[in-house]
Design a protein around this ligand. Sequence first.
Ligand SMILES: Nc1ncnc2c1ncn2[C@@H]1O[C@H](COP(=O)(O)OP(=O)(O)OP(=O)(O)O)[C@@H](O)[C@H]1O
Ligand SMILES: [Mg+2]
Length: 330
Amino acid sequence: MRGESVRLDGVSRRFGDLKAVDGISVEIPNGSFFSLLGPSGCGKSTTLRMIAGFEIPDEGRVLIGEKDVTREEARKRPTVMVFQNYALFPHMTVRENVEYGLRVRNVSKADRKTRVLDALKRVDMDNFVDTAVTSLSGGQQQRIALARAIAIEPQVILFDEPLSNLDVALRQQTRIELKDLQRRLGLTSIYVTHDQEEALALSDQIAVMRDGRIVQVGEPRALYDNPKTAFVASFLGGSNVLTDPAIAFELTGKTLRSGEAVAIRAEHVQIEEDGPFKADVVSRQFLGMITEVELRFKGVALIAKTTAVVPSEERLSFHVLASTVVINDL
Ligand SMILES: Nc1ncnc2c1ncn2[C@@H]1O[C@H](COP(=O)(O)OP(=O)(O)OP(=O)(O)O)[C@@H](O)[C@H]1O
Ligand SMILES: [Mg+2]
């Protein structure tokens, strides 16, 4: 199995007056793991659905490999979608679920049998062929959904928040398995999520979306270290974004031009005795490995994250370790 590249060329989709997807152009390399990351309603699923063929763009083109598939039916595309709710058939066994897509594609009985087993082996579920899917755990059902997807031997696999129904521990484990499987299969994977940590952990490249547009594309580390906009800095990096030039200058020494802001990562707000600045403590959240402290400095909210023990005073002093200048809008 191997993948195909995917290219979106000025793709838009309107629903009434709403531009759900607004002129997206992006190139997704063959065999890469590419995430669409953004808040609820920013157009992630609509974009994915246009690649799958469940939605037709009003403008622009969708190319898979060299082929323009903009108007091609979903079932004729070399794509497959894995959904958040798994979309398994509850009255069928594991085998019947995985086999379903092959039946629809008129694969012969003998081939179906080997492909079902092969797919189940790849997700480590071949001991469950005759089990009813309803008796499986959430994580196991997710693997069956994945086996069903890879059984049809797609070139491109599309994930719409596939882990969001799992608990935290299982999510992390499934995430590692998913990445491992993707590497072994070499399939082009496009992954929709609003969870920045998930996108950072899984992706070769991330496109950050807002209001139907892509605001920045890049490798996880590059986006995290060099956000171009205030939105990317706060959404992806969880940074504090300060727009007041006087306060920005006081805390970071940086002079802002109009339309610029300064981004300070929460882990760079260092709480320490005798730091140069003093702030009121608004709240403290002990989260295990880290404590998150909300500070108020001259009327401006600042989040600090630290692995150290935070003193229980109502005012704390701090200093700022590092900051980046970003453009405040788009
Ligand atoms: N079939 C539709 N009819 C009307 N509006 C729609 C339709 N599908 C999506 N929308 C609207 O388009 C916008 C983008 O929706 P989309 O589902 O792509 O967002 P999303 O980024 O996947 O959000 P979420 O994280 O909540 O799943 C939303 O405002 C949504 O309400
Ligand atoms: Mg969605």
